[in-house]
Design a binder for this molecule. Structure first.
Ligand code: BG6
Ligand code: MG
Length: 215
């Protein structure tokens, strides 16, 4: 199969923001005396902000009113925005810019498919915006991963079929979303976490545009 486009998740694939989300949730958890573990944080990757809060409150066995949840969602995002204030291109993950340059030169279309409502801010801070033909983020979808909406909208925006797109994802929810959308998916990270992906690579270091023909 020869693909016509690459669809990238943002957090954990192009940039190293997972640590900031983790810190922001940990700070929020202090409000209800809950300490989020790294294992739990792994399960929040790719999951929308509101769904993440619901999961954390469940783990904490804490019942919050809708009004309280709204306040905490804002507080978490304020914490997060504070933590990413000084984010810059040095936080782009290794090999990413080289790979983007190669696929662009070879004529592949490039789209973003992220659950984050902060995606455009992060792309600006890291100077990645110009690479993208289409950007679909958490503001443009009504259903979060593992629903395929974010990737299907990406393919549609590019005018391509799902079968012409290949997705790069670091989260189980995102791998499931790509599969549900009928797309090939490359996991970025560990095979023990991303076993359902068609192939798993640790990062983009040494990955060539030509490798797309073998995925
Ligand atoms: C995903 C992250 O990309 O975006 C999640 O993996 C995060 O950790 C989600 O909760 C939503 O992000 P934001 O920026 O809208 O709170
Ligand atoms: Mg991710």
């Amino acid at each position: 199969m020869s693909y016509k486009a690459c669809l990238f998740d943002l957090d954990g694939v192009l940039v190293d923001t997972a640590i900031y989300h983790f810190q922001a949730w940990k700070i929020l958890g202090e409000n209800f005396n809950y300490q989020l573990s790294e294992e739990q944080n792994e399960q929040l990757k790719g999951v929308s902000r509101v769904e993440s809060l619901i999961r954390i409150l469940n783990w904490a066995s804490y019942t919050a009113t809708e009004e309280q949840k709204e306040i905490w969602l804002k507080e978490k995002n304020d914490n997060y925005l504070q933590l990413i204030t000084h984010m810059n291109p040095s936080e782009i993950l290794p090999g990413v810019v080289d790979f983007l340059g190669q696929i662009k030169a070879d004529g592949y279309k490039i789209a973003l498919g992220s659950a984050s409502k902060n995606a455009e801010i992060i792309l600006e801070k890291t100077h990645l915006t110009p690479w993208f033909d289409v950007i679909i983020d958490g503001n443009k979808v009504s259903k979060s991963k593992p629903d395929p909406e974010v990737f299907l909208k990406g393919a549609e925006g590019l005018g391509l079929l799902p079968s012409e797109c290949i997705v790069f994802e670091d989260a189980q929810a995102g791998v499931d979303a790509a599969i549900a959308g009928g797309m090939k998916v490359i996991g970025i990270g560990e095979a023990s976490v991303l076993g359902d992906a068609n192939k798993v690579i640790p990062n983009f270091v040494g990955i060539k545009s030509a490798d797309l023909l073998n995925f």
